[in-house]
Ligand binder design. Structure first.
Ligand SMILES: Nc1nc2c(c(=O)[nH]1)N[C@H]1C(S)=C(S)[C@@H](COP(=O)(O)O)O[C@H]1N2
Ligand SMILES: [Mo]
Length: 306
């Protein structure tokens, strides 16, 4: 199996091993108090111990993260995905890999997860609509996965597709967006160590409404770049067009970096409402990840490349 780590010699119990790994990480950080995991309020406080920056005190409650969603395949209201996403079929799950790479193919999620190390990452999350959260993800670095497919020198962009399954995704039977939902990153953005494929939240499997079983997280970009329930990865020479660019190219560009200095045509991006808080916060350049990612855009006019 191409993407396996050489050290991975066992081939059985793949899924439970993944769960165990996620579980073990969280148990390690919380000790015996892990037994109380399950109440969102306390899990927020407990999980916080595993991370050492100031975000740990700002974690959004599990309940808010999993009931206030955008997932148009399951409705356009914020509470629709939590109600409707139970029809999403997440197993078996395959990811098709194609385009400019030496190891295209159809990879099972089990094989992918077996090869990856699951980590905890607390990230700010900023939706283009003006709300934000702080989310404790579990996942792996996207770059660690992509390099196993051996992209060729022609691979300048990575393109992603959400599962297309109108039978089980009622929104795909409407024309609110073009289906499947698609997104893209420039290769250097995809390879940046901040960029994750998420498989969990608060140490539990990622809920369907949040994009099970595999969902992109790019913390310095607006939330809509975080495409959910990914079923295809393509390496491309040319910049792809994302779903929101197709929907309205004047309002949504390819880069979609969080930028308080460039307003959305219909509203300001200077402030945000953190879910669970009353007073608005100032939105930070690159959502607070300027130090790690500003160099990716050196020399680019970010007003033009929004
Ligand atoms: N397939 C798919 N992915 C999607 C969306 C969607 O409608 N369909 N919505 C996007 C938007 S606009 C946001 S803000 C985030 C929301 O993620 P969350 O519900 O986990 O907070 O998912 C993004 N990924
Ligand atoms: Mo969004």
């Amino acid at each position: 199996m191409i993407i396996k780590k050489p050290s991975d010699i066992r081939s059985s119990e793949i899924t439970s091993e993944t769960h165990f790994k996620q579980r073990r990480d969280i148990v390690k950080t919380m000790g015996l108090t892990a037994l109380t995991l399950g109440s969102a309020g306390t899990s927020a406080q407990l999980f916080a111990k595993s991370n050492d920056d100031d975000l740990k005190s700002q974690l959004t409650e599990y309940k808010d993260i999993t009931t206030y969603n955008n997932y148009y395949e399951f409705g356009t209201g914020k509470s629709d995905p939590a109600k409707n996403a139970h029809t999403l079929k997440t197993s078996p799950w395959d990811v098709v890999v194609d385009g400019e790479c030496e190891k295209p193919g159809k990879y099972s999620l089990e094989d992918i997860l077996k090869a990856m190390d699951i980590e905890d990452r607390i990230y700010r999350f900023r939706c283009v609509e003006g709300w934000s959260m702080v989310i404790p993800w579990n996942g792996f670095q996207l770059g660690d996965l992509l390099k196993r497919f051996a992209p060729t020198s022609k691979a300048k962009y990575v393109y992603f597709e959400t599962l297309l399954d109108p039978e089980n995704m009622p929104g795909q039977r409407t024309s609110v967006l073009e289906w499947p939902y698609v997104e893209g990153l420039r290769m250097d953005e995809a390879m940046n160590p901040l960029t994750l494929f998420a498989t969990g939240i608060y140490g539990k499997d990622i809920p369907k409404q949040n994009g099970a079983p595999l969902r992109l997280v790019v913390p310095w970009k607006y939330g809509f770049k975080s495409i959910k329930s990914i079923a295809r990865i393509s390496f491309l020479e040319k910049q792809p067009t994302s779903s929101w660019q197709k929907a309205n190219k004047h309002e949504y560009g390819f880069f979609s970096n969080v930028n308080p200095k460039v307003d959305h045509p219909r509203w300001t991006q200077k402030r945000e409402r953190r879910i669970g808080e009353f007073r608005k916060r100032k939105t930070l350049m690159f959502n607070g990840y300027e130090e790690q990612v500003a160099s990716l855009y050196k020399g680019m006019d970010l007003k033009k490349h929004y």
